[in-house]
Ligand binder design. Structure first.
Ligand SMILES: NC(=O)c1ccc[n+]([C@@H]2O[C@H](COP(=O)([O-])OP(=O)(O)OC[C@H]3O[C@@H](n4cnc5c(N)ncnc54)[C@H](OP(=O)(O)O)[C@@H]3O)[C@@H](O)[C@H]2O)c1
Length: 274
């Protein structure tokens, strides 16, 4: 299962996984874009085993419905790639009352992953991969929704750091249980991720893209290796870039990992134990 599969790294990864013979579920929020991406993935890979599930990952109800639909119709899940993300310039609030980037980039994937753990364990050995970056922006645990102070760059960075904290927290909880959990840093990739970002961010990103950006297809290579290669069979709790673990922010900060875990369980109504 690849989330955010309608464009960019997600679409390229879903296609590349189909190319190596996987049965792929593309999770997209927009049905029309999802159908177009699915058709493209099938025609490029030659693999008909590509299906589409639609869900807006920024809200808890659609995530719960997505997981229920998957759990009712599939015996197991080998690989979950949490890839979907958004960058918004203004503070927006979801129907659940969460800040949009926090909800889309972190809390929705947290909730989805937790709801799919039984099916991941049914597939032992299984893998969870969170696509993120080595963000050093510490999430404000007492203001996660940016109600007191909001800046779009900081909020985006904090949401991607939360993905890292979640990766380490879940990896520890699933140690020895047949499900590995890693983060993947794709480097600088030419996508439309920052289309909603402030003008300065779009400008800097456009320069970086010209200087060092790679295509989504190129970025998907390492992600597919992390998802499928025996080389990563026992790797867990790592941030991987270019096929190697890299130094990662917060990997040793167990206290923050656990405090974010506890808050996230409260916000989603899930028990703390996996
Ligand atoms: N590009 C880079 O340089 C870079 C660097 C490091 C990490 N990353 C990470 O790579 C991942 C993929 O980003 P990308 O660069 O490929 O950007 P992208 O092309 O904008 O892809 C983002 C995907 O997420 C989907 N999405 C957004 N909000 C959603 C929601 N509420 N529910 C479901 N899906 C939603 C988008 O769907 P729509 O088509 O409907 O908008 C799109 O398919 C992100 O996690 C990003 O943080 C990217």
């Amino acid at each position: 299962m690849v989330t955010g599969a309608s464009s960019g790294i997600g679409r390229a990864t879903a296609t590349a996984l189909a190319e190596i013979g996987a049965s792929v579920i593309m999770v997209c929020r927009d049905e029309a874009r999802g159908k177009a991406a699915r058709s493209q993935a099938i025609s490029e890979s030659g693999n008909q085993s590509v299906s589409l599930m639609t869900a807006d990952l920024s809200s808890l109800a659609p995530v719960r419905a997505l997981a229920a639909d998957f759990n009712a119709n599939h015996p197991k899940l080998d690989v979950l790639v949490n890839n979907a993300a958004i960058f918004t310039n203004e503070r927006a609030v979801t129907p659940d009352g969460f800040e949009l980037m926090f909800a889309t980039n972190y809390l929705g994937p947290f909730f989805l992953t937790r709801l799919l753990i039984p099916k991941l364990q049914a597939a032992r050995p299984a893998r969870v991969i969170n696509v993120t970056a080595p963000s050093t922006v510490m999430p404000e645990l007492d203001d996660l929704q940016g109600e007191r102070k909001f800046g779009s760059i900081g909020a985006f960075g904090a949401s991607k750091a939360a993905d890292l904290l979640f990766t380490y927290a879940l990896a520890r909880r699933l140690e020895g249980k047949g499900v590995t959990v890693n983060a993947y840093h794709p480097g600088i990739v030419k996508t439309n991720l920052v289309r909603g970002a402030p003008r300065a961010v779009r400008f800097i990103t456009s320069i970086l893209n010209v200087l060092m950006g790679v295509s989504p297809k190129r970025a998907s290579v390492g992600l597919v290796q992390l998802a499928s290669s025996g080389d990563f069979g026992s790797t867990t709790g790592a941030l991987i870039r270019n096929g190697k673990p890299m130094n990662a922010p917060f990997s040793d900060d167990i206290d923050t990992q656990d405090r974010l875990w506890q808050v996230s369980c409260k916000l989603t109504g899930l028990p703390e134990d996996v």
